[in-house]
Design a protein around this ligand. Structure first.
Ligand SMILES: [Zn+2]
Length: 221
């Protein structure tokens, strides 16, 4: 699968077409190379055949999108999100109250650092790089926003150090300091009823959100 990915990325290129024969010729003696290539789909690789693209001949394929760089072990590990079934994902989102378990953002909320981008929830493996083959169970995943679940984030993100975080903590009021201490000791940020309702509201379709807002305004005005 990794060799197929490298061949597609370097020899074919995104958006380009290739034939099944070219693929087989590139990997002489490799059985079921087309199946190995299909194994790339869970990693975000999009490869179309004539059924998805009318312009293709039956022996042609198109590399629509190059996905995760599976030849890098960390990326391979972190991008196996689609081995998580839709059902497991939905269960994880519901259990985690439709909020990122790492930064607390709810689906559809804009990021403080970049208000043009809104949070999208993903199911993240609790232990990247350690997942088993086949379907992942709900106990092995947590809800994370697309930023917190970004591949290689830990290598690229610009985190503050302990001293810098402590400087910020020192400036908090006593009540906030107490609250923070509680969160740290618990190992998570407990959600208030209001937090939960906010997250549940964010899950509503647009029309229903408008309806809820209209009712709340009517009640308060
Ligand atoms: Zn997050």
């Amino acid at each position: 699968m990794i060799r197929a990915a490298i061949w597609l990325a370097t020899e074919v290129g995104e958006g380009k077409t290739f034939t099944k024969q070219q693929l087989r010729d590139a990997f002489p003696g490799v059985e079921q190379i087309d199946r190995r290539m299909r194994d790339l789909r869970p990693y975000g690789w999009v490869i179309h055949d004539y059924k998805q693209n009318d312009n293709l001949k039956p022996n042609e394929l198109q590399l629509v999108k190059i996905g995760a760089r599976v030849w890098i072990p960390e990326e391979r590990a972190q991008n196996q999100v689609s081995t998580i079934s839709a059902r497991v994902r939905a269960e994880a989102f519901a259990r985690d109250n439709h909020q990122c378990t790492r930064c607390g953002i709810a689906a559809g909320e804009p990021f403080d650092e970049n208000p043009a981008v809104v949070a999208r929830l993903t199911a993240a493996h609790i232990y990247p790089g350690m997942h088993s083959e086949g379907e992942v169970s709900v106990d092995e995943v947590v809800t994370a926003c697309q930023i917190c679940n970004e591949p290689l984030r830990q290598h690229t993100a610009n985190y503050l150090n302990g001293e810098q975080v402590w400087e910020k903590i020192k400036d908090l009021g006593v009540a906030d300091k107490q609250k923070l201490r509680q969160w740290i000791e618990l190992g998570r940020r407990p959600q208030s009823q209001l937090d939960r309702i906010w997250a549940q509201y964010r899950q509503l379709p647009g029309v229903e959100r408008e309806d809820v807002l209209a009712r709340l305004r009517k009640l308060l005005d």
